[in-house]
Design a protein around this ligand. Sequence first.
Ligand SMILES: [Zn+2]
Length: 109
Amino acid sequence: MPRYSTRIDEMNQKEKAQLEERLLKFQGGICFLCEHEIKLEADETEIDHIVPIADGGPDEEGNWALLHSSCNSKKRAKNLNLAKVLMRWDSLREKGVVPLLVEIQDVSP
Ligand SMILES: [Zn+2]
């Protein structure tokens, strides 16, 4: 998987810090993926494209999301919208709220 260079790479530290604050505010203070709080001063974070550039996503702020680095590394899809749904699903399954997929498939004709 080639690593695309993006406009974020060209930002200096101050610009990047301001961008992180804007994204976090826009996201209501939570990680785009796990939807838990992000503390910029304490947490390791990354900015990633919601729709990957490889899939035609634009390299602009509307397509950027702030995530915990740990969430970004364990995401199960490159598209962050899909990765978020999968993460929610995993979390519900861990809590036993959602039955295993195989049980759902069993009831279909
Ligand atoms: Zn997270």
